[in-house]
Design a protein around this ligand. Structure first.
Ligand code: SF4
Length: 333
């Protein structure tokens, strides 16, 4: 295992510390230009969804790869965008996952560094507490604890599953602590890298902006407006909120494709899974679901508080219909 392939590990941090380079030297020295370029490349890759894999072929390249990670975290912090922080963590985790596929024994060493202690060689025994910590975001049935064989506090995972669990642990680890508390003077020294990254972010954000087509967004109730803005900023919605938003949009005649593309801003957007959920709610299995009532929305914590009109209706759709009628009379639509 080359530790420069996993620059978020404790071992890597220790090597960076021992190397003893100051942040100023990384920012200013000509000899570290390759480190700065690779750091910017990591962030650019994250904006686009994938960090290019560059395997080191020499000690110098390994050191550059290693040092580019903490500098990339500085760059992400200077850009100060929560959505980017999540995308960056996800992209680093995905890069690590693709590198893990080439590991053999070192996979267990990596797992230990990241706080998982699997035992065995092929069928790996993992303590359930470590499993839960790693799998907390994985909602597919096969990851649910009730669907795993649990014996004396341990369950079994395959190597492939261990890699997926490590990917999740890495994602959490990379995101932890972001944004760093970076001095403005440091960001100023990175301007030549930050400016192109900002324009790339704008380009990507503009292309992912929700197009709500024919629906009248000005008539949306506060709950739906809040959920839409969460989705646009890349925040993953809770299952109940996602259901409410999707069923609402479908009910007011937004097309399934438009609803699916709306979720494209989510950092871990899974097109197939989203398609399945949206089409299911749209009635693919025979029932077209209606969004929940205001009372149910409130029970699940999805009602952000009532405005004037909210007090007179009991359903988000009634809110929308009344507002559309009102705006129509006013000649605003
Ligand atoms: S009262 Fe109903 S329509 Fe208004 S924000 Fe709450 S859930 Fe939405």
């Amino acid at each position: 295992m080359s530790i420069s392939d996993y620059p978020f590990t404790q071992e890597a941090a220790e090597q960076v510390r021992k190397a003893g380079y100051s942040l100023d030297s990384l920012l200013e020295k000509t000899s570290f230009k390759s480190v700065r370029s690779r750091a910017a490349e990591r962030v650019l890759g994250a904006i686009g969804g994938q960090i290019p894999d560059r395997r080191a072929n020499s000690d110098a390249e390994a050191l550059a790869e290693l040092l580019s990670y903490p500098l990339a975290r500085v760059i992400v912090s200077c850009l100060d965008d929560q959505h980017l922080q999540r995308r960056y963590a996800l992209a680093e985790a995905k890069l690590a996952f693709s590198r893990m596929k080439d590991e053999k024994d070192a996979l267990l060493q990596l797992a230990r560094d990241l706080g998982l202690h699997p035992e065995g060689t092929e069928a790996l025994r993992l303590h359930f507490a470590e499993y839960i910590r790693a799998a907390h975001r994985m909602h597919a049935p096969k990851w649910k604890l009730v669907n795993r064989d649990l014996c004396e506090g341990y369950l079994t995972v395959t190597r492939e599953e261990l890699m997926r669990l490590l990917e999740e642990v890495i994602r959490d680890k990379v995101q932890k602590g972001l944004p760093l508390d970076v001095d403005e003077k440091v960001c100023a020294k990175l301007t030549e890298y930050l400016d192109p990254l900002r324009s790339e972010m704008q380009k990507v954000n503009a292309s992912q902006k929700a197009d709500l087509g024919q629906v009248e967004q000005g008539a949306f109730p506060p709950c739906m407006r809040k959920m839409l803005s969460d989705v646009a900023s890349g925040t993953n919605l809770a299952h109940s909120a996602r259901f409410a938003l999707v069923s609402f949009l479908l009910q007011i005649n937004m097309g399934s494709e438009d609803v699916i593309s709306l979720f494209n801003t989510s950092p871990d957007f899974d097109q197939e899974r989203t398609r399945y959920q949206v089409e299911h709610i749209a009635g693919a299995s025979g029932t077209k679901y209606r969004p929940p009532s205001c009372a149910t929305m409130a029970t699940y914590g999805n009602c952000p508080g009532e405005d004037e009109l909210c007090r007179r209706i009991r359903h988000p759709l009634s809110y929308y219909e009344r507002r559309v009628r009102f705006l129509g009379k006013e000649g605003r639509i």
